[in-house]
Design a protein. Structure first.
Length: 439
């Protein structure tokens, strides 16, 4: 799931699905441009309803209220596995038979691109007010067409233990907010016998998280938009600036020496959870740290890190996407349901009951902050209208993402140079560009 920023689909499989779906979509093109029936059953493929009872409780309310407001309409919500390869195969079969879901939950950016031939643009169903109320559209929009409604918000930052900061002589109320300040904090923490930043990179995930966090302090929004269209190179600024920032932290002994060979799940979190590491790169869904009986009262969150420039945005984007299928016989209703369930009312319930971070500007954080006071800095920035943009490692196809993460780990181990690692990443981006961006 996007809640852990994981991708498991190989580019070969993705390319096969792209071309397979394209053929299926062309064969069923007569359904495109049709709003569909105004009554009947809307089939929804949901990746969370089968595994999260809190999510299911909210979605049960959604379905009942939507059906009540639309006489003659029923919502059939079907649990599906949170596995990209499985979903893509199921979608290919559905597109071929022109039977299957009207609305499907998928991952932002990469999955939207891969499945785009079997998705319907929904711009005409989105009002200006609805578009303004939600963030994360950059993960759903290509060729000036919107292929889905962004679900919630998932972003990156740094959690830190204020007690360990005090032990190292650092001011916990004035945490580091730049790469240079992080390096100075690492020096002080090491001197106090405290691991500065916990984590593990055996699978390469930490490479992506740290890069995305520092990229938001390396790139302008204009540069980020070029990455979202896959036209910006990965061996030039601003991406190379972010990668250089990651290596500065590694070379500055901010991480445990065993970090490159330590598994991210669960070992990479252990030192931080045990109160032995002062900081941890984390995502918004991990605010449960702030309720941990051992360290919770000391945990706060750094939402923004400057690397080479003052950040213009927070590294955060759609957790997932609701997309309407091109073969749906209820396109308008499906789009309305997608927007309905991402309204402030239901996002509020998901935040309060299960900690799903909202991308709807109408949600209140009052109850959330009572349980997670360390998140106040982030919430204040969002309330002030701080812009967000999808983390850059989520704007990579799976092959390129794997190459970058593996190559950066080799750089950490001293087995290759950062220049060569970035060139390998850029070579993959250039190779995959015509596959992903084919119109």
């Amino acid at each position: 799931m996007q809640r852990t920023m994981r991708r498991s689909l190989s580019i070969a499989a993705a390319a096969a699905v792209v071309f397979g779906l394209a053929a299926c979509a062309q064969s069923g093109s007569s359904a495109n441009g049709d709003d569909g029936a105004s009554t009947g059953t809307i089939k929804v493929w949901d990746l969370l309803v089968g595994s999260d009872k809190n999510w299911k409780a909210v979605m049960d309310k959604v379905d009942a209220e939507f059906a009540k407001a639309h006489p003659g309409v029923k919502v059939d919500r079907i649990a599906q596995p949170a596995d990209p390869s499985a979903i893509h195969q199921l979608m290919q079969a559905a597109a071929q038979s022109k039977k299957g879901p009207d609305l499907i939950m998928i991952w932002a950016w990469g999955d939207v691109l891969t499945l785009k031939p079997s998705l319907a643009p929904i711009d005409k169903y989105i009002s200006a007010a609805e578009r303004k109320s939600l963030t994360g559209w950059e993960g759903t929009t290509f060729d000036d067409k919107t292929y889905g409604v962004p679900i919630g918000l998932q972003g990156l930052g740094i959690s830190y233990n204020s007690k360990l900061f005090e032990q190292a002589g650092l001011n916990p109320d004035d945490p580091p907010t730049s790469t240079d300040q992080l390096l100075k904090a690492c020096t002080a923490l090491n001197a106090a016998g405290i691991t500065p930043i916990g984590g593990g990179n055996k699978e390469g995930y930490l490479s992506g998280w740290t890069t995305s966090t520092l990229y938001a302090g390396s790139a302008s929004i204009a540069q980020a938009q070029k990455n979202s269209t896959y036209t910006a190179p990965f061996n030039k600024p601003a991406f190379s600036d972010a990668a250089e920032g990651v290596m500065k932290l590694v070379d500055g002994k901010c991480f445990d020496p065993n970090m490159p060979a330590t598994p991210w799940y669960p070992d990479g979190f252990q030192k931080f959870q045990d109160g032995k590491a002062a900081m941890q790169f984390t995502i918004y869904s991990q605010f449960a740290y702030m309720q941990d009986p051992k360290i919770g009262q000391y945990i706060k969150f750094i939402p923004s890190v400057e690397n080479t420039r003052t950040p213009e945005f927070l590294p955060a984007g759609a957790m997932n996407v609701w997309a309407v299928t091109s073969f749906s016989q209820h396109k308008k209703l499906a789009a309305e349901l997608a927007l309905f369930q991402e309204g402030a009312k239901f996002q509020q319930e998901r935040l309060d009951k299960a900690g799903y971070f909202p991308n709807n500007t109408g949600v209140s954080f009052d109850a959330f902050l009572k349980d997670h006071p360390g998140a106040t800095g982030l919430v204040d920035m969002l309330k002030k209208g701080e812009k967000t943009f999808l983390p850059v490692h989520n704007m990579q196809d799976s092959k390129t993402n794997d190459i970058y993460q593996n190559q950066l780990e080799l750089v950490m181990l001293g087995q290759t140079t950062l220049k060569d690692a970035l060139q390998a990443t850029e070579d993959s981006r250039a190779q995959q560009f015509p596959v992903l961006m084919a119109k």
